[in-house]
Write a protein that binds this ligand. Structure first.
Ligand code: ADP
Length: 298
């Protein structure tokens, strides 16, 4: 960890523009000397509790491609909304969970150890995740990509500090959903093994009681050509989802405060499924989706 601390000090100076080579320099010099010891993340450090007072940098400058982060518990819908926004804003949606799953399916040297960590609901080490992310960012940069919406990163205070050291994050959207819906959404999640499409077979119908409103989320069913090819993620079992939620509260929730104290956090309570939540999220971000309006009017 001494190496990591020295490197963290080295990247702490803020860059005015994104420099993934710095990010990469961090991760490559952080070579994994003892992969078995270093694969799994270590417990969190403390976080600041100051409150920022700047207005949130919402989507007002259309010349600057956004550099946004999506935070939120497993099952909240980070992937769904980050992917919709990435299409609307024409920036890549980069989900570190997908990068980890790609690494797992590549049967590379790390894959069996990573599978064990992921399938137990634990976080992989900051070094490995930064390595995967910096490779993805560099590959995108080489193709001319700019801007991004990060989903699933940062997930620890250390990851947030490293990211803050190498680039300017404009905005962090913290998606929130009632606890009782999160588990059901993870257990209902299905993926088409052929096209990779994401669906959900859960029908969430929480009755309002004692003054709290009810919530209905319709299932997101696959089209007929995907229906026979659906698979469930191995880490979407009840036991593992509960562990992922526990890890979120322990390791990732402090990241909310990290960004809140820097005046970058937009809290967004999802009011229900996509039809209710998408327009409200756009409104909160001062955005308009013309295609969505046209299809709703059709
Ligand atoms: P979730 O639905 O829990 O948000 P993801 O698809 O984002 O899951 O991630 C799947 C798994 O990949 C995580 O449980 C974790 O093991 C690993 N992972 C993804 N992103 C990170 C990260 N930033 N740091 C450490 N581990 C990560």
């Amino acid at each position: 960890m001494a190496v990591l601390n020295r490197l963290l000090l080295g990247v702490r100076a803020r860059a005015t523009t994104t420099s993934y080579s710095k990010f990469r320099a961090f991760s490559s010099s952080c070579s994994i000397v003892n992969p078995e010891a270093d694969l799994k993340a270590s417990p969190p450090s403390s976080s600041s509790s100051l409150l920022g007072s700047k207005p949130l940098p919402l989507c007002q400058d259309h010349r600057h491609p956004v550099q946004w982060v999506f935070l939120g518990c497993p099952g909240v819908g980070k992937g769904t909304y980050a992917s919709r926004l990435s299409k609307l804003l024409r920036v890549p949606h980069i989900a570190t969970g997908d990068l980890v799953r790609d690494e797992l399916s590549s049967s590379g040297p790390l894959s069996s150890q990573l599978a064990e960590i992921v399938n137990q609901g634990q976080l992989v080490s900051d070094e490995i995740i930064i390595n995967l992310l910096s490779k993805r960012l560099e590959a995108g940069e080489a193709k001319g990509e700019s801007g991004f919406i990060l989903d699933g990163f940062p997930r620890t205070i250390r990851q947030a500090e490293i990211l803050e050291g190498v680039t300017d994050i404009d905005l962090v959207v913290n998606l929130k959903l009632r606890e009782e819906a999160l588990l059901a959404k993870c257990l209902g999640r299905r993926i088409c093994s052929e096209c990779g499409g994401n669906y959900n077979v859960a029908c969430i119908d929480i009755k309002g009681e004692d003054g709290s409103p009810g919530m209905y989320m319709a299932p997101l069913l696959p089209p007929p050509h995907c229906a026979s090819k659906l698979i469930t993620r191995p880490d979407d079992t009840e036991e593992v989802v509960k562990e992922r939620l526990r890890i979120y509260y322990e390791m990732t929730q402090p990241v909310e405060e990290f960004y809140r104290s820097r005046g970058k956090l937009l809290e967004f309570d999802l009011p229900g499924g996509i039809p209710e939540s998408w327009p409200k999220l756009l409104q909160a971000l001062h955005l308009e989706d013309h295609d969505d309006k046209q299809s709703a009017a059709a």
